[in-house]
Design a protein around this ligand. Structure first.
Ligand code: TXD
Length: 311
């Protein structure tokens, strides 16, 4: 069977880790694309990763390039092109610069990899995935935003840290926009099937929910320059793997809703089945009145940032 091909548009902090993780999982050959001024960086990262292979034994090829034609025939495209936040910035502050970049990326991906499954990571995520979809004209099942996987992972991590129990057994879901209005569905969070509400006080759960909402900003503040990259990269790789290996994982992703959860025409974090058909289905379920109100609130935030794209 021919090897899969994964193209990373943007080979910076997240892009470099995407390349490492994709190679170590032998998801396929990896092409790291970046702009000409960063060509040396991505060629260097690719060569360094090629030299890591003997230690891990993963037989894939990793290359770096600034020539878009090198992404031709990719099965998966993962986009991190753009600038990250600096302390004090909201994700929405990145819109002006990153929207221009995303329009350029979308046009080139449409030209060179029209059949790929596209995972958008660049911020502001909810607007960037929308922009990619609008500019590329890709079918809705072939475009998805990575945010909920990261936000849910952060929620899970904080619950594991609070209880001391294995992260493996913590199950959580964070829905909505990738911003401070995101919606942790605490009601359904469990540790090994035991509701977290039986393990953690309401006051602490509220603090954990609040920390989850601003977890990205907490790291940006600590770094002073740039944002998280290990967990974002792993989150996107889980989505790519589910597509490439038709795993039918159910992952909170920014998928295009057309009526689900009362959302129509926007990409927003919802439980999404990822398989060889891309986003194969959005799994809808009844929210409580409070949860629906929070989702409507986060939708308003998504509508605002999407509106600013002018698309
Ligand atoms: O959960 C999420 N979706 C977020 C997303 C989690 C963390 C970070 N989030 C966002 O991802 C972040 O706010 C940024 O918008 C992106 C990428 O973050 P990263 O930390 O990887 O940024 P870097 O290290 O600056 O890498 C960006 C690369 C860099 O190498 C640039 O040269 C390149 O993007 N770049 C481009 N690549 C292709 N095409 C164009 N036009 C381009 N412009 C810059």
């Amino acid at each position: 069977m021919a090897k899969h091909k994964i193209a990373l548009i943007g080979g910076g902090q997240i892009g470099g880790n995407l390349a490492l993780l994709a190679a170590q999982k032998e998801l396929g050959d990896v092409v790291i694309f970046d702009i000409p001024k960063a060509e040396g960086m991505v060629k260097g990262k690719a060569l360094d990763l090629m030299q890591l292979r003997p230690h891990d034994g993963h037989d894939v090829t990793i290359t770096g390039t600034s020539d878009y034609s090198d992404i031709s025939g990719s099965d998966v495209i993962i986009i991190t092109a753009g600038i990250p936040r600096k302390p004090g910035m909201d994700r929405e502050d990145l819109l002006g610069i990153n929207l221009g970049i995303m329009k350029d990326v979308a046009s080139n991906v449409k030209q060179y990899a029209p059949d790929a499954f596209v995972i958008v990571i660049s911020n502001p995520l909810d607007a960037m995935v929308y922009a990619f979809h609008k500019v590329s004209g890709f079918a809705k099942n072939k475009v998805v935003g990575m945010a909920g996987a990261l936000d849910s992972g952060r929620f899970r991590a904080f619950i594991a840290m609070e209880t001391g129990y294995s992260v493996q057994d913590v199950t959580c879901m964070v829905l909505g926009g990738h911003g401070d209005t995101m919606v942790p569905i605490t009601r359904l969070a469990t540790v090994g099937g035991v509701p977290v509400t039986a393990l953690i006080s309401p006051e602490r759960l509220k603090e954990i929910e609040d920390r989850t909402r601003v977890a990205g900003g907490e790291i940006v503040k600590l770094f002073g320059n740039g944002s998280a990259f290990y967990a974002p990269a792993q989150s996107a790789i889980e989505m790519a793997e589910s597509y490439l290996r038709d795993k039918k994982r159910v992952i909170p992703c920014a998928s295009l809703c057309e009526g689900e959860f009362g959302v129509d025409g926007y990409f927003i974090g919802v439980p999404s089945v990822i398989g060889s058909g891309g986003v194969e289905k959005v799994l809808e379920f009844t929210l409580t009145d409070d949860e629906q109100a929070e989702l409507n609130n986060t939708l308003d935030a998504v509508k605002k940032t999407v509106g600013e794209t002018g698309l």
